[in-house]
Design a protein. Structure first.
Length: 243
């Protein structure tokens, strides 16, 4: 015989997540202002790198808004229709953030390849100054989310977005410096490709974890075989169904 039928308690404890609303508000405001500044100076300096990064930062603002909305939905109480509440919106936002990161990386890589084929002169000093401001803004924003990145996949997505932006800005600064020192215009797209690879490496884990959680996969720290073995030793259980 199989295990005895068990009563299923369909009431769920709702744990309110830590409130990162202030971090989302500040981060979104700072990044929106920086997008405008970066776009203006991108035109003035004739820098496609700055313009491409401005577009990338704009996608990150959208990512922050998605994550912010998810944290608000997570705090909603359960209803008769959504008996678990809307906590899974955090997973959906993290998945969307991972996809946005990969799309942004694809845009950066495409622009970098085009500039390798047809290099354009860049005002290196202007690029360095503006990108340096980007490091500060994105670094501060990432720091505001750092405390929640291990416990909340949604906050982790926001953190990775901002950390990736800081890395991109740092790469742009290095590229601007090398161009000033050597006069080689192909340095900028080459550094951009390296940074794109680093972002893909970092965001792949977020994509994998968010997909696994959306599909209700067994968490990485749990051994299903050990759980099964333990359940089979419980008094009154004659068999455990499932893989």
């Amino acid at each position: 015989m199989s295990a005895q039928p068990h009563a299923h308690d369909h009431t769920h404890v709702h744990h309110a997540p830590k409130d990162f609303g202030w971090a989302f508000a500040v981060g979104t405001g700072l990044n929106l202002m920086f997008v405008v500044v970066e776009a203006v100076y991108g035109f003035l300096a004739n820098s496609m790198a700055l313009l491409a990064d401005a577009g990338h930062n704009l996608s990150d603002v959208l990512g922050l808004l998605l994550a912010w909305g998810a944290t608000w939905l997570m705090r909603r109480a359960p209803t008769r229709r959504y008996t678990y509440g809307l906590g899974s919106s955090s997973i959906l936002a993290a998945l969307a953030n991972a996809v946005l990161l990969l799309i942004a990386v694809g845009a950066i890589a495409l622009e970098a390849v085009q500039r390798l084929v047809d290099p354009h002169p860049v005002a290196g000093l202007t690029v360095m100054v503006v990108a340096g401001i980007g490091i500060i803004i994105n670094g501060v924003t990432a720091w505001m989310f750092a405390s929640g990145r291990e416990k909340d996949l949604n906050i982790r997505g926001a953190y990775l977005h901002m950390a990736a932006d800081a890395a991109v800005s740092a790469g742009v600064v290095v590229a601007g410096l090398l161009i000033l020192m050597t006069g080689w215009p192909w340095v900028d797209p080459l550094v951009s490709l390296v940074i794109a690879g680093i972002i893909v490496w970092g965001s792949w884990g977020l994509l994998r974890d968010s997909v696994n959680m959306a599909l209700h996969a067994v968490p990485a720290g749990i051994d299903p075989a050990r759980v099964r073995t333990h359940l089979e030793t419980v008094r009154g259980v004659s068999a455990v169904w499932g893989a």
